[in-house]
Design a protein around this ligand. Structure first.
Ligand SMILES: *Cc1c(COP(=O)(O)O)cnc(C)c1O
Length: 342
């Protein structure tokens, strides 16, 4: 069933076979990859499939290593899933609005039609409305939960209706799942062969700079990702760094707890400000805040050295700023500067 959804040229693609694919294991002498024998260990090409990292992640997330793809940020699997399934100028993608901007950008780069379906006014998902926008050429549906920029989890039973009511691939982007009080869709990965779950090291793990994102799916779908990705897409510096960091999940959890406490404090303080009209409930590490005059507040804050994200021009987000939860000191500066605006 999955194979029928894959673009024909990808299904029949013979992938590049690199030296590290053709010989695995230990040897006395490696003279197969035109590497320089000096400057170890950085002279050698890294493991193209990053097995040692995937084994650790598999244990942490209770999935199989073969169900994992590592990318140069989540942006890489977002682009790859489009290239694997969507025939340019023929197939289409359906997603909610507002949502993460990269889905539309990657669709446009690949010349694939991108259809937006508005969330309800409270940013909740209407599965029926979303499915009504699909047709026989819809290959992908992108859902972001917790959603960026609104911050809310999408309702589980509505997501389930989308997964079971759609014959294409459903991507659930869980970049902010560590900040949410609900379980990841990873626990249901084996039940739904058309489900792709995205996560990232960029947010809760505090590793945006090293560029590493994760896609989880059936072994069949991950096989297509592996076929299409650059052979050595994760460099050795990043691989080694992540390998070490995966042993300190407790540190990540401490950061998450600190940020959740700060999120509650920041939301309460913001709600008390006269210029603030509404602080939307958040399941992520940011708050969407509706204020009297977002463009004015944005410039006043920027002039004071406080950079927030204006979402004013995005659907359902008129006069909204998106404010990331920072440290207690940073949040105090944000509040102090917002108090000065009127
Ligand atoms: C931040 C974010 C990501 C992470 O992107 P990376 O490329 O992994 O840094 C993915 N999806 C959403 C919705 C995000 O907000």
């Amino acid at each position: 069933m999955i194979e029928q959804l894959v673009r024909k040229n990808i299904a029949s693609l013979k992938p590049y076979s690199c030296a590290r694919d053709e010989f695995k294991g230990e040897a006395r002498v490696f003279v197969d990859a035109n590497e320089n024998p000096m400057n170890g260990p950085y002279n050698r090409y890294p493991d193209p499939l990053q097995w040692s990292i995937k084994e650790k992640i598999a244990r942490l997330k209770s999935v199989r290593p073969q169900q994992i793809m590592l990318g140069n940020g989540s942006d890489e699997p977002i682009d790859l899933v489009i290239r694997i399934f969507c025939e340019p100028k023929e197939d289409n993608i359906v997603a909610t609005t507002p949502t993460y901007g990269m889905y539309a950008v990657c669709a446009n780069i690949n010349n694939v039609e991108y259809r937006e379906v508005k969330l309800n006014d409270d940013f909740s998902l209407d599965a029926e409305k979303l499915l009504a926008a699909t047709d026989k050429n819809t290959k992908l549906i992108f859902l972001c939960s917790p959603n960026n920029p609104s911050g809310n989890l999408l309702n589980r039973s509505e997501i389930l209706k989308v997964i079971t009511g759609f014959s294409g691939i459903v991507i659930v982007d869980e970049a902010y799942i560590d900040f949410a009080g609900e379980a990841s869709w990873l626990t249901d990965l084996d039940k739904y062969p058309n489900l792709v779950v995205l996560q990232t090291f960029s947010k809760a793990w505090g590793l945006a700079a090293i560029r590493c994102g994760l896609a989880f799916a059936s072994e069949e779908i991950i096989g297509y990702f592996n076929k299409v990705k650059y052979p050595y897409n994760i460099n050795k510096l990043t691989q080694d760094f992540i390998f070490g960091k995966l042993d300190s999940e407790s540190e990540k959890n401490q950061w998450v707890n600190m940020l959740l406490a700060e999120r509650a404090r920041l939301a309460a303080k913001l709600s008390a400000l006269p210029i603030v009209e509404h602080v939307y409930p958040s399941d992520a590490n940011f708050l969407l805040v509706r204020i009297k005059d977002a463009p004015m507040a944005y410039s006043r804050l920027a002039a004071a050295g406080v950079v927030v994200r204006s979402r004013h021009n995005i659907s359902l987000c008129e006069n909204c700023l998106r404010i990331t939860v920072g440290t207690a000191e940073e949040n105090k500066i944000v509040i102090d500067e917002m108090k000065k605006i009127d």
